[in-house]
Every structure is written in structure tokens, then in C-alpha cells.
Design a protein around this ligand. Structure first.
Ligand SMILES: *[C@@H]1O[C@H](CO)[C@@H](O)[C@H](O)[C@H]1NC(C)=O
Ligand SMILES: *[C@@H]1O[C@H](CO)[C@@H](O)[C@H](O)[C@H]1NC(C)=O
Ligand SMILES: *[C@@H]1O[C@H](CO)[C@@H](O)[C@H](O)[C@H]1NC(C)=O
Length: 322
């Protein structure tokens, strides 16, 4: 009798912290970073369904592009799976890991409107996560451009709490080649830090139904970290950041005199070095990740949202900031 009630308490405690998570990215379902994150989110006790693009979908922002045919016309990223395979499917040994031949935002839509209702008994979603992206997504330019962030703001538009994660290890690597358990390897560091941030957020969420207020989410960026990418940074700390600030990247156009074609160049700009939600002391994302540190920026899809809304989100992660 006593054992039974103790067991009941233990399982109900576990149930409080277990969340339903929808995971995607833009580098494709076979990328090492997302597979490490999936593994660690599951190990942390969460129910995770991953639905990510079949092919590399970087730079698509929030574009909602669906599969145009029932089969893949070209190989998926890393030939996993090969051309001719169905346009969507899951790992043979894991019903929770799916690819879909569409953009990241479309993967989220297909998950919410088809895969979860059909295969997961209408599972509710507590938070939608993107990444960790292979390569940073910093500043205004990447906010609108990144497919990983696009998935997060699409989910936010649908009323979900969402977070985009990106890291400076831009190596496009196949999980079957590079996924391992070495805690000093890049994908594992990003994954561990992301789970740490989520733990802090879920603890603050407590019994609240929502993780973040409607229309808000987070954009998180990690610095170059990990012995596999030649970095001494193994445990980057977190700082609250702003999307604007000095020395951010912007595209500009330049005519090539030889070809007479217009080419783009990436250059630094400073015009958006402005305060964020009234806070002029916040460091810029670009500045933070130059050190062994990670940036957490609050985004709101409502440009008129008041400072109070941002403050409510910041209160959810201030415990983890350095
Ligand atoms: C999912 O929800 C829809 C709409 O409420 C309902 O029609 C459908 O039967 C549900 N499916 C399952 C498997 O519960
Ligand atoms: C980078 O990706 C390639 C291709 O998947 C892989 O062979 C290589 O080991 C990766 N390097 C690192 C440092 O992860
Ligand atoms: C990871 O790096 C730390 C610090 O350099 C080192 O002490 C530890 O042994 C490394 N772990 C592994 C598994 O290599």
C-alpha cells in the first residue's frame, strides 16, 4: 500500500515536467544537431515528435512550401532516403521521427494538422522547437531569412510557444557519420545547453497553460563550441540579448562589371543600433557569441506589443542568465 502511493507520487511528479514537444529544423531531418537534440529531449523525459525537411531548406524563412509530388524527385539530404521514396515518412524503428518534403514552416503545419492528429491521437503541443541550426541566425536579416526561425514564427502565428536554436558549427553533417556521445562535441554541447534552458523555462511555467504569452518566442544562438570544431568553449553561458545593435550583417547589391550581373555581398551595418523594448544596455546577439556565450532574444510577432509582454517572457528565463 505504502509502496503503491509512493510510486503514484513519483509518476505524477514525472508527469508534471514531461512536455509534448514538436521539433523541426531547416538543415534536414538527417542532420546531426537535430538528432542529438531529439535524443536528449527524450532522455529528459519529454514526448517528442520530430517532423523536419527531407532536404536542406536553409534560407526559406517562413515560406510554406508543400511537397509537389508523392515521391521524392531527388535524393533527400545525404541520400537519406533516396529519390523515389515517399515524400514523407518516418524512421523504421521510430514512429516519432519524420521527414516531410517541404519547408520548415510547412513541416510544422503538416505536423500540427496531419501527423499529430492522425498518428499521435491528437497530441497537444506545449512548445515548438527549431534546430539547433547548423550556423548562427543573428540579427534582423537572419530573423526573416532562416528556415529554422521561420518554423518558430510560423508556430507562433498558429498560437504556439516556440523557440529557434542555432549554433556556429555550420558543418552540414549526417547523423549516421557524426552523432556520438562525446560531451565535448559541438552537437552534444548545443543539445545539452538547450535542454538546460528548457528545464529552466518549464520550471518557471509551473502550472500555467502557456510557456510564453501569445505572439512571443525566443531566438537562441550558440557560439562556436566543441573540441570537434577546434574550440576550447565547452560550456557557453547565456545572456539576454537584443536583435538589433552594432555591427550586424546585411545583404547589399553590387554589379559585377565583367558579367553585368548584380551580386549580393554581405556587409556590416550599424543603422539599427537602437534600444530594445526600452532597454539600451542589452548587448547585441552578434557581440555576445564572439565569446564563449550564447544569446537569448525575445521576439514578438506584434510590433506594437508592449514592454510588459517582453518582460513576462524574460521572467521565464532570467534564472539561467549569467
Ligand atoms: C482528433 O480530433 C478531431 C477533431 O476534434 C476528431 O474529429 C478526431 O476524431 C480526433 N482523432 C483522434 C484519433 O482522436
Ligand atoms: C562535417 O561533416 C562531414 C560530412 O557529414 C563529416 O564527415 C565530418 O566528420 C564533419 N565534421 C565535424 C567536425 O563534425
Ligand atoms: C571534455 O573536456 C574536459 C575539459 O577539457 C575534459 O576534462 C574531459 O575529460 C573531456 N571529456 C571527454 C569525454 O573527452
Amino acid at each position: 500500500m505504502k509502496f503503491t502511493s509512493l510510486f503514484a507520487i513519483a509518476t505524477s511528479l514525472a508527469a508534471v515536467s514531461a512536455k509534448n514537444i514538436l521539433l523541426t529544423n531547416d538543415d534536414g531531418w538527417a542532420a546531426t544537431n537535430i538528432r542529438a537534440f531529439y535524443r536528449d529531449l527524450k532522455a529528459a523525459g519529454h514526448n517528442v515528435v520530430m517532423v523536419a525537411p527531407a532536404v536542406q531548406m536553409s534560407g526559406n524563412g517562413g515560406k510554406f512550401q508543400l511537397a509537389a509530388s508523392n515521391t521524392l524527385e531527388t535524393d533527400a539530404e545525404f541520400g537519406y532516403p533516396p529519390a523515389g521514396s515517399p515524400s514523407w515518412g518516418h524512421e523504421e524503428d521510430d514512429l516519432n521521427v519524420w521527414y516531410y518534403n517541404g519547408t520548415p514552416a510547412a513541416c510544422v503545419g503538416v505536423a500540427l494538422d496531419y501527423i499529430l492528429p492522425t498518428y499521435f491521437n491528437n497530441m497537444t503541443v506545449d512548445v515548438v522547437l527549431g534546430g539547433p541550426n547548423e550556423g548562427t541566425n543573428l540579427g534582423e536579416r537572419d530573423f526573416v531569412l532562416s528556415g529554422t526561425i521561420g518554423a518558430a514564427y510560423y508556430a507562433t502565428e498558429r498560437g504556439y510557444s516556440a523557440i529557434a536554436f542555432s549554433g556556429a558549427n555550420s558543418n552540414n553533417s549526417f547523423f549516421k557519420d557524426t552523432l556520438d556521445d562525446d560531451p565535448n562535441h559541438s552537437a552534444n554541447i548545443y543539445s545539452k545547453k538547450s535542454v538546460e534552458l528548457l528545464d529552466a523555462l518549464f520550471e518557471k511555467q509551473g502550472n500555467n497553460e502557456r510557456l510564453f504569452p501569445l505572439s512571443t518566442g525566443l531566438n537562441v544562438n550558440y557560439p562556436k563550441a566543441g573540441s570537434d570544431v577546434g574550440s576550447d568553449c565547452l560550456d557557453p553561458v547565456f545572456y539576454h540579448s537584443r536583435q538589433t545593435g552594432p555591427n550586424y550583417f546585411v545583404y547589399s547589391a553590387k554589379v559585377n562589371e565583367e558579367t553585368n550581373l548584380v551580386e549580393y555581398i554581405s556587409s556590416y551595418d550599424n543603422v539599427l543600433d537602437v534600444c530594445s523594448a526600452g532597454d539600451c544596455s542589452l548587448p547585441a546577439e552578434f557581440e555576445i557569441i564572439k565569446n564563449c556565450a550564447s544569446s537569448i532574444t525575445v521576439f514578438s510577432l506584434d510590433p506594437d506589443s508592449k514592454k510588459k509582454v517582453t518582460d513576462d517572457v524574460i521572467a521565464k528565463f532570467d534564472s539561467i542568465l549569467s
